[in-house]
Ligand binder design. Structure first.
Ligand SMILES: NC(=O)c1ccc[n+]([C@@H]2O[C@H](COP(=O)([O-])OP(=O)(O)OC[C@H]3O[C@@H](n4cnc5c(N)ncnc54)[C@H](O)[C@@H]3O)[C@@H](O)[C@H]2O)c1
Length: 321
């Protein structure tokens, strides 16, 4: 399969992640088949696509005259054969469960050529296991997006033990060609790269709050108006490179070393999220939301609109929109 042959993408499973991928592929001019288990799920996907598209129009990413074409490039079906038979690239975003994903593999393979690339959006299951009964496991890989995939550029590509390097390279090329930032994990790792990074930071949030050092709200403010601003521009190693001045990151780490080693000694290293923290976090977030102005989001719906508006502005600065 060659990059230029990829004209139609099938999105199998059209919930939070699947609908957003479908919208993105259509935005990029590809034909899209959306599959879900029944008409109710398909109607929900369609209304989510329409709502997100409206937000892209409001934020100046898409012009009104393009909307009909974007919507018309997407077809909706609960017939697997119709969904996958003419697609060259399939994105599986069904429930996060080995049994469901394995039976989807079987179903998808029934109606596709052995060359069709199939990627899974799985957040944490092993590709090797999802594809263990596949007839053509070499064309299966993981392609983990971040929510919402129609805005966040990162895709973490993972290989199973039988995935072919050729498929990995082609998928990487494909994602780049449609404006995504794919990175390929050199070996399988639970949680991939970003979920591990997020959880490492969040373990410290949990610990700081439980120790009474700060509230949930202040931990959020610390990230949003401190390092988060820099991380939205460049990664933590480049930030340290600048922090080290003429000595670069090597100098920064040497300089910080003795202090940082004391912090590390004192920092959280627990291996399970403390059971009581879900309620503590919810109470803290409810309090935080009460203190916010509507213009920056003070309920789930307005927070989502604010997040999308700000993401779009950042992505424009990164030349990603
Ligand atoms: N939500 C996130 O932030 C996020 C981020 C990255 C990756 N993921 C991964 O993406 C995948 C989908 O997650 P989601 O958040 O969109 O879940 P979701 O529950 O919103 O969507 C799942 C969809 O699959 C459909 N479905 C149910 N049974 C099915 C079947 N047998 N065949 C096909 N479709 C079926 C459901 O109707 C639903 O529309 C999961 O593997 C998840 O781990 C989620």
């Amino acid at each position: 399969m060659k990059l230029e042959n990829i004209k139609c993408v099938s999105c199998v499973g059209a919930g939070v992640i699947g609908y957003s991928w479908a919208l993105y592929f259509s935005l990029k001019g590809l034909d899209v088949n959306v599959y879900d288990i029944n008409n109710e799920a398909l109607d929900l996907a369609k209304s989510r696509i329409s709502k997100s598209l409206e937000s892209l129009v409001q934020n100046g990413v898409v012009v009104d005259s393009e909307v009909d074409d974007i919507m018309n490039r997407i077809i909706y079906t609960s017939d697997m054969e119709e969904a996958v038979k003419n697609a060259q690239f399939i994105v599986e975003s069904g429930p996060e469960n080995y049994d469901v994903k394995k039976s989807l593999v079987e179903e998808m393979e029934k109606y596709t050529s052995s060359k069709t690339i199939i990627v899974s959006s799985t957040s944490g299951l092993l590709i090797s296991k999802i594809a263990e009964n596949a007839k053509n496991p070499e064309r299966f890989i993981g392609a983990h997006p971040y929510n919402p995939p129609h805005l966040i550029p990162l895709v973490e590509i993972t290989k199973g033990d039988k995935s072919s390097d050729e498929v990995v390279s082609l998928a990487k090329e494909f994602y780049k060609s449609i404006g995504k930032e794919p990175i390929v994990l050199q070996k399988e790792a639970l949680g991939f790269i970003c979920n591990r990074l997020q959880m490492a930071l969040y373990r410290e949030v949990i610990d700081l709050v439980r120790r009474g050092v700060c509230s949930i709200e202040d931990a959020d403010k610390a990230v949003t108006f401190g390092p988060g601003l820099r991380w939205g521009i460049m990664g933590p190693s480049l930030v340290f490179q600048l922090g080290g001045g003429e000595y670069g990151i090597a100098g920064a780490l040497k300089h910080m070393g003795p202090s940082a080693n004391m912090w590390l000694e004192d920092m959280a290293c627990f291996k399970e999220i403390p059971e009581d923290f879900a309620m503590i976090a919810q109470k803290g977030v409810d309090e935080e939301i009460k203190n916010r102005d509507e213009s920056i989001g003070n309920d789930n719906s307005s927070l989502e609109s604010y997040r999308d508006k700000m993401l779009i502005e950042l992505l424009k600065l990164h030349n990603k929109l």
